[in-house]
Design a protein around this ligand. Sequence first.
Ligand code: ADP
Ligand code: MG
Length: 224
Amino acid sequence: MPLDAVKIKDLHFSYPGKTPTYQLTIPEWRVVKGDRIFLKGASGSGKSTLLNLLSGILVATHGVIEILGQDLCMLSARQRDRFRAAHIGIVFQQFNLVPYLSVYDNIRLAAYFGRKKQTGLDLIVKRLFTVLDLDDTLIARQAAGLSVGQQQRVAIARALVNAPEILIVDEPTSALDNDLRDAFMKILLDICSIHQSTLIFVSHDAALTHYFHTIVNLSEISQT
Ligand code: ADP
Ligand code: MG
């Protein structure tokens, strides 16, 4: 079994286009399994781009990105989707819920694509809802009808439902007030400890750094 959750070597990425503007270059970066990384950096420095590369949503121009020992470049788009569903939980700034589905179906879909056993799903959802301070009555509601803060918490519940080995989280707390933010960090870290998940967490909120083992500035690992 590989010891690294993430292993990057000579990564180059630029967005396609005639006049390439932004380039991300990371000569080498490793994240040991079980680590909790707080990833920071100036706005526009490429944090979200890196998270999309780690999730296999974007593909490196060249270089190697290994996730749990799997080289993402060796996978087709479809295989990457499957790999992501099975191993990675993602919470992005835009929470990407399916708007016309119910809250429950949004979460059930993630469990289904992750191919985890669905037995006990109701219990897991209930527990996540309790800790995230979401009312049970929201479960049957259409996702589009929820407030921004509620949608964000549902997105968090959805990302956690498969107890993923790697959690990738991009600026998740912006729509949460302080109490909720701390409740959110607690459940996130609880779940990471129980399942020994690796956490890669991007935020501007310096008040959260004490929750993390490792603080990385993107500028320390990338070249310009
Ligand atoms: P951060 O998350 O650190 O604020 P991003 O990864 O969002 O930074 O953006 C890094 C750079 O890539 C920025 O210059 C941004 O304008 C550019 N960028 C982001 N998304 C795209 C895209 N889809 N197409 C072209 N350029 C993009
Ligand atoms: Mg960003």
